[in-house]
Design a protein around this ligand. Structure first.
Ligand code: SF4
Ligand code: SF4
Ligand code: FES
Length: 257
């Protein structure tokens, strides 16, 4: 029987333990994935005892508290702190989400925090999204129209504008794509739910004149048809969007053009 082992340097080891020094009676243990490529060492899980009496409500607050008070070397992304920029996307308690909107009270027991799954890791909780951004660029996410001039407004009816609801709100956090098994296995070729939702957003925009070309460009065995409607993406979206439905709509349009 074939035995498959992880390469030695990819095994996650037990890391440092940061004991509470405040004497608080309200402590939670937070386990955080750590990896620093500059050290040449294996990834590890560090454990922090955090005084919850003095911690605001979200997982990002927890991380900020750890970084400010216990361990300044911890690396993670964040910017808006209001669920708008998408930069604090990570895996918390086994589920992808935004650390700035996820209440830590919703997590029972120890709090486990990892980077988004199946991405290369740049450092600690920071996943490498460069492939996803290239894929995003490939769908040309901007309006293509000959009508546009510097001074002319391009009119859209209320009904046509309403069709973009559920698509324009996407913040490209990548929670969906990194929860998608097809994207895990074929992430270099399959565009994944985040980028396909964006493709859909431009395909259905009544002001855009390249609907057919856009559809043709993604009608590919790998780019589009690797989606097997498993629905993990929709389940993972912290904005409550439905990328799986958008992908199904694209497939429907392709079947009828
Ligand atoms: S529905 Fe498609 S895009 Fe969404 S998780 Fe499943 S395979 Fe991935
Ligand atoms: S569809 Fe949702 S999960 Fe996916 S990138 Fe957009 S906001 Fe994030
Ligand atoms: S920090 Fe911007 S979405 Fe969380």
């Amino acid at each position: 029987m074939v035995q498959i082992n992880l390469p030695e340097n990819s095994k996650v080891k037990k890391g440092n333990y940061y004991k509470d020094k405040t004497g608080s009676k309200n402590i939670r243990k937070v386990n955080v994935y750590r990896w620093d490529p500059s050290t040449g060492k294996n990834p590890r899980i560090d454990t922090y005892e955090v005084d919850m009496d003095n911690c605001p409500s979200k997982v990002l607050d927890l991380l900020n508290k750890i970084k400010n008070e216990l361990d300044s070397s911890l690396a993670y992304r964040r910017s808006c702190t209001h669920g708008v920029c998408g930069s604090c996307a990570m895996n918390m308690d086994g589920k992808n989400g935004l650390a700035c909107t996820k209440p830590h009270a919703e997590i029972k027991g120890d709090i486990n925090i990892y980077p988004l799954p199946h991405l290369k890791v740049k450092k600690d909780l920071i996943g490498d999204l460069s492939v996803l951004y290239k894929q995003y660029e490939s769908i040309e996410p901007w309006l293509k129209t000959s009508k546009k001039t510097e001074s002319t407004e391009i009119i859209q009816s209320k009904e046509d504008r309403a069709k973009l609801d559920g698509a324009y709100e996407c913040i490209m956090c990548a929670c969906c794509s990194t929860a998608c098994p097809s994207y895990w296995w074929n992430g270099d070729k399959y565009l994944g739910p985040a980028v396909l939702l964006q493709a859909y957003r431009w395909i259905i925009d009544s002001r855009d004149e390249e609907r057919k070309e856009r559809l043709k460009k993604i009608a590919d065995e790998f780019k589009l048809y690797r989606c097997h409607t498993i629905m993990n993406c929709t389940n993972a979206c912290p904005k409550g969007l439905n990328p799986a439905k958008a992908i199904a709509e694209i497939k429907k349009m392709l079947a009828t053009v």
